[in-house]
Design a protein around this ligand. Structure first.
Ligand SMILES: C[S@@+](CC[C@H](N)C(=O)[O-])C[C@H]1O[C@@H](n2cnc3c(N)ncnc32)[C@H](O)[C@@H]1O
Length: 283
C-alpha cells in the first residue's frame, strides 16, 4: 500500500475518533498528530501533503487508541496550555481548565493598584496559577501548596521550565497551614465536586483525573469550608482571596465568606458563559 500523506493519516484518525463519539475529534486528532511529529499544531497544516513518516505510524496509532479509551489528550501528550504558557501535566495533576484563567485575570487586573509581594496558590496541582502569577508579577514570591507530593514534583518542574523556581516555593500540606506568614493574595482552586456529581463525571475525567483533586464531599464544600475558616490567619490586612467554585455554589460560598470576613467586599465573578466561577474577597 502507498505510504499515506499526513492529511490522510489525520483524516483516518478523525474518522475513528468521530465514530467513537469523541466530542472534539478533529482537534484531538490534530493535537495528537502534531505531538507525534514533534511539531506545533499550526506547523501541522504546512505538512499536510508530505508523506506520513512510517517510523511514526505506531506511536500515532497508540495515541489514538489511548484517546479512544477516553484518556485525555493532555495526559497523552503530557502538556496543557494555561494562560498562554505551556505546562507539563501527569495523571497526578488535574489538567488546568480555561475557566481557572479567570483567577489569574482577576489577580492581574488588581495587581497594578496593589504592591503584591507574597501570593499563595492553595491546591496548586501542576502549578499553573502560581507559576503564571510569578511570570506576570516579576517582583512577587508565590507559595504553591498541595497535599500531593507527586503534584508538587510536577509543579517544581514547571517552575524550573518557566525560569521562576527561585520565586515559586512548593510546600506540602493542608490548605493554608504550610504558609510561613500572611500573604497579600490567596488563590485557591480546591476540590468542589459533589458526591453525586462525582458519579456522573464524563469518563475522560472520572477514569483518569485524580479524585483527590475533585471530590468535595456531599455538598462539594468540605474543602472550601475548611479553607475559608483558616484563610484569615494567613491573609494580610487588606488582602484578597480568589476562590474557584462550582457554578451553583455562588450564594452559599459568598455567605460563608461574609460570615468569616466581617466587613469585606465580596464579589461573585462569572465566566464568559455567565456561570458563577470565582468568589473574590477584598478584606
Ligand atoms: C481542582 S485541583 C486544582 C489544580 C490546579 N490549581 C488547577 O487549577 O489546575 C485541586 C488541587 O488541590 C489539591 N488539594 C486537595 N485537598 C487539599 C488540601 N486540603 N490542601 C491542599 N491542597 C489540596 C489536590 O491535590 C489538587 O492538586
Amino acid at each position: 500500500m502507498n505510504q499515506p500523506t499526513v492529511r490522510q493519516a489525520l483524516a483516518r484518525a478523525i474518522e475513528r475518533l468521530t465514530d467513537a463519539r469523541i466530542e472534539e475529534a478533529r482537534l484531538d486528532a490534530e493535537l495528537l498528530l502534531a505531538h507525534t511529529l514533534g511539531i506545533s499544531r499550526s506547523g501541522l497544516f504546512l505538512q499536510l501533503d508530505r508523506r506520513f513518516p512510517t517510523e511514526k505510524a505506531s506511536a500515532f496509532m497508540d495515541s489514538i487508541e489511548r484517546r479512544l479509551r477516553h484518556e485525555p489528550v493532555a495526559y497523552i501528550t503530557g502538556h496543557k496550555e494555561f494562560y498562554g504558557l505551556d505546562f507539563r501535566v501527569t495523571p497526578d495533576t488535574l489538567i488546568p481548565r480555561p475557566e481557572t484563567e479567570l483567577i489569574v485575570e482577576k489577580a492581574l487586573e488588581v495587581a497594578p493598584r496593589r504592591n503584591f509581594r507574597f501570593l499563595a496558590d492553595i491546591g496548586t496541582g501542576c502549578g499553573a496559577i502560581a507559576i503564571t502569577f510569578a511570570v506576570h508579577l516579576p517582583r512577587a514570591t508565590v507559595w504553591a501548596v498541595d497535599t500531593s507530593d507527586r503534584a508538587l514534583a510536577v509543579a517544581s518542574e514547571n517552575a524550573r521550565r518557566h525560569g521562576v523556581s527561585k520565586r515559586v516555593r512548593c510546600l506540602c500540606g493542608d490548605l493554608v497551614d504550610p504558609l510561613p506568614h500572611p500573604v497579600d493574595l490567596i488563590a485557591a482552586n480546591l476540590p468542589y465536586v459533589t458526591d453525586e456529581e462525582m458519579m456522573r463525571l464524563p469518563d475522560d475525567v472520572r477514569l483518569f483525573e485524580p479524585a483527590a483533586a475533585l471530590a468535595g464531599g456531599q455538598d462539594g464544600l468540605d474543602c472550601i469550608r475548611r479553607f475559608l475558616a483558616r484563610a484569615p490567619s494567613k491573609l494580610r490586612p487588606g488582602g484578597i482571596i480568589l476562590l474557584e467554585i462550582g457554578p451553583s455554589q455562588g450564594p452559599r460560598v459568598s455567605a460563608l465568606a461574609r460570615k468569616t470576613f466581617d466587613g469585606a467586599t465580596i464579589e461573585t465573578v462569572p465566566d464568559l458563559s455567565g456561570k458563577d466561577r470565582v468568589i473574590a474577597v477584598f478584606s
